[in-house]
Write a protein that binds this ligand. Structure first.
Ligand code: PEP
Ligand code: MN
Length: 333
């Protein structure tokens, strides 16, 4: 890290800074530059409280070379991490496809959809039992009953199940039956929930917050990794922009950027990104083309009657169409 002092900072002030940083066991080198002095700091600067330093000392700017996240960084772990969910691998060249309805509505719906998405090539099954809804009057999910239905769908098809834990109170029951635990966009910075996920032996699917920067996203993954859970899959699901034609804007640039900065696998959710079923397939193809390690797609047998997110849900046959065109992109990349 470089620390640049304000112009005209006296020798005494620079020595004070030198002493303070020396106490923090940093390796320091002073670079006198005419009116302005700079210091280089070596060692682990990730725990350095820059705000506190800035409050006390005449600092003009600082340039961090080390990322604030450590365990999530590519530097810490140069190889791609491969997350294995019951034999379905994400990362390191392995691509997995999660499909299923937004919400678990009934056993018939879930089993019917599970059988079809498996037939069309999905490798994991999704379905929300606890739903984060913008309105308290909207369907909130079947809760524990929904989890039991998911287990039945897994028994029927053998597909591992992916479902969301919305809060610490629900985490234990979700953890018991899910094969991959989702932390949704709205909870990306729910730090107690991230800490709980860090203690879990189950892999975690962490979705990007609606307005989270790449650094904030990786810092949230860092919480889970720092808690001891190394099986984290990231998910880009669209962010808020000025445009309202689509539900969100799919940030495709995040995929190769994450690949540069982190070793963690990253998948794409084109359904929540665009909110319109007709745009899901082209975005899914683009996601695979830019290097995503997988997809999560909403599928409903009767979107008009869906209790949640019907407008963005593909009918099973359309999901079949998506799979065959995405498989061509997979083969090409
Ligand atoms: C979901 O996948 O069911 C969901 C609610 O997604 P997000 O958290 O990305 O909005
Ligand atoms: Mn949904």
């Amino acid at each position: 890290m470089f620390v640049v002092m304000k112009p005209g900072t006296g020798v005494e002030e620079i020595e004070k800074m030198h002493k303070k940083l020396g106490q923090l066991k940093m390796n320091l080198t002073l670079i006198p530059v005419e009116q302005q002095s700079a210091l280089t700091l070596g060692g682990d600067t990730s725990k350095l409280n820059l705000e506190a330093l800035q409050a006390n000392i005449q600092l003009e700017k600082n340039v961090r070379i080390q990322q604030p996240y450590k365990l999530a960084s590519r530097g810490f772990h140069p190889e791609d991490t491969i997350v294995d969910v019951c034999g379905c691998k994400f990362g390191g060249g392995h691509i997995a496809v999660i499909a299923g309805p937004c919400s678990v509505e009934s056993e018939e719906q879930m089993v019917y959809t599970a059988v079809l998405v498996k037939q069309y090539g999905a490798t994991l099954l999704r379905g929300g039992a606890y739903k984060p809804r913008s309105s308290p009057y909207s369907f909130q999910g079947l809760g524990e009953e929904g989890l039991k239905i998911l287990v039945k769908a897994r028994e029927k098809t053998g597909l591992p199940i992916v479902t969301e834990a919305m809060c610490i109170e629900d985490f234990d029951v979700v953890e018991e039956c899910a094969d991959l635990i989702q932390i949704g966009a709205r909870n990306m910075q729910n730090f107690p929930l991230l800490k709980r996920a860090g203690q879990s032996a189950k892999p975690i699917l962490l979705k990007r917050g609606l307005s989270a920067t790449l650094e904030e996203f990786l810092m949230s993954a860092e919480y889970i990794l720092a808690g001891g859970n190394s099986n984290v899959i990231l998910c880009e699901r669209g962010i808020r922009t000025f445009d309202t034609y689509t539900r969100n804007t799919l940030d495709l640039s995040l995929i190769p950027a994450v690949k540069e900065l982190s070793h963690l696998p990253i998948i794409v959710d084109p359904s929540h990104a665009c909110g319109k079923w007709s745009l899901v397939e082209p975005l899914a193809k683009a996601a695979i083309a830019v290097g995503a390690d997988g997809l999560i797609i909403e599928v409903h047998h009767n979107p008009e009657q869906a209790l949640c997110d019907g407008a963005q849900s593909l009918k099973p046959e359309r999901f079949g169409h998506l799979m065959s065109s995405v498989q061509k992109i997979m083969a090409a990349v």
